[in-house]
Design a protein around this ligand. Structure first.
Ligand SMILES: Nc1ncnc2c1ncn2[C@@H]1O[C@H](COP(=O)(O)OP(=O)(O)O)[C@@H](O)[C@H]1O
Ligand SMILES: [Mg+2]
Length: 362
């Protein structure tokens, strides 16, 4: 087992001037499950491939434990990677697929068989060992790809969107299996996904990337409670946080007819006349159409989830129509076309600089 360190690791692809990954700094603890998440093209796969040795590092360093692996070939790094397309050999049985890397490494047959059987047991694949990949379901193929990584007993697991070929239901159950398997094996894991729900549910910590730049590394809880900037605020959470530009006034911000108190420090940190306030859908106080509280929201769509419901509406704010999402109780659902008045609950707002995007509240 080992720690993994990205030390200002940079990748500039030939012919490009802009780094695909720009001075990435992350320290991953021994046994930790770290998830790299961000929109398509933000540099997740490139980061993982640099760690695997499949991509040159043009600046900075990468360490596994106290070994500098920056320029080591992949085979000398003691890692195992699970790819999105599984990359199984179609003409080989499950057992041969799982044992292939050990065979190449010259491990004797009996030992390979023993390790493959152990992994198959963990992954519930024992009865499929003699089948070919084409005779397996998507979920079973995914487990074979995991098994191939497990038998090598590497210091680090790398996984690049390993669930993206599974249907939605299987994706949810498999993500729990992978997370619990990782915890059982205790092997340091770097896992890439573009899906923020997957990131929050699986990771000990989550690292958010945008345009090759690290935005925040944090526990799922902190990432949700204290997003470091407007990008993370909008990216983490579903439905997304409402981000609303509002005027600064004495003691707070003006939200329609109401003044919402926010931290004094947050406002003294900026000389701007407006700030962007972030409010999660579950953090509005809601009143009926006769109220003069906050702003009026016209209900466009209601998404009922049983226990609660999400109201998708439009409000007039600063002379513009603004979409707003509000969570309400499941037994308290407004009609489409009706009007609600909403005001952010004091103490539950996030304040960001509109100009720089930086978080101003603590
Ligand atoms: N082999 C390559 N040559 C040139 N540019 C590449 C190559 N691979 C990826 N890129 C570019 O680098 C950026 C990051 O890509 P990638 O790491 O694959 O993103 P992600 O995995 O987050 O979707 C993108 O702009 C992509 O177009
Ligand atoms: Mg990718």
């Amino acid at each position: 087992m080992a720690t993994v360190t990205f030390d200002k690791a940079t990748r500039i692809y030939p012919g490009s001037t802009k780094p695909a990954v720009d001075a990435l700094d992350i320290e991953i603890a021994d046994g930790e499950f770290l998830v790299l998440v961000g929109p398509s093209g933000c540099g997740k796969s490139t980061s993982l491939r640099m760690l695997a040795g499949l991509e040159d590092v043009n600046g900075g360093a990468i360490r596994i434990g106290d070994r500098d692996v920056t320029h080591l070939p992949p085979k000398d790094r003691d890692i195992a990677m699970v790819f999105q397309n599984y990359a199984l050999y179609p003409h080989m049985t499950v057992a041969d697929n799982m044992g292939f890397a050990l065979k190449i490494a010259g491990v004797n047959k009996a030992e390979i068989r023993q390790k493959v059987e152990e992994a198959a047991k963990i992954l519930d694949l024992t009865e499929y060992l003699d089948r070919k990949p084409k005779a397996l379901s998507g979920g079973q193929r995914q487990r074979v790809a995991m098994g191939r990584a497990i038998v090598r007993e590497p210091q680090v697991f790398l996984m690049d969107e390993p669930l993206s070929n599974l249907d939605a239901k299987l994706r949810v159950s498999t993500r729990t299996q992978i997370a619990s398997l990782q915890r059982r094996l205790g092997i340091t894991t770097v896992y890439v996904t573009h899906d923020q729900v997957e990131a929050l549910t699986m990771g000990d910590r989550v690292a958010v990337l945008k345009d090759g730049l690290l935005q925040q590394v944090d526990t799922p809880r902190n990432m949700y409670d204290k997003p470091a900037n407007l990008f993370v605020a909008g990216f983490i959470g579903s439905p997304a946080m409402n981000l609303i530009e509002v005027p600064v006034t004495d003691g707070g911000v003006k939200f329609g007819n109401s003044v919402v108190p926010v931290q004094r420090d947050a406002l003294s940190a900026t000389s701007d006349k407006t700030v962007t306030v972030g409010v999660r859908p579950e953090h509005f106080d809601v009143a009926g159409p006769d109220s003069d509280l906050g702003v009026a929201v016209t209900v466009n769509v209601v998404e009922e989830l049983g226990s609660d419901a999400f109201v998708y509406g439009t409000a007039q704010l600063g002379g513009e129509a603004k979409d707003i999402v509000v969570r309400v109780g499941g037994r308290d659902v407004p009609e489409k076309g009706s009007e609600l008045h909403v005001v952010p609950r004091a103490g539950e707002t996030h304040v960001f600089s509109t100009s720089s995007g930086a978080r101003l509240s603590d």
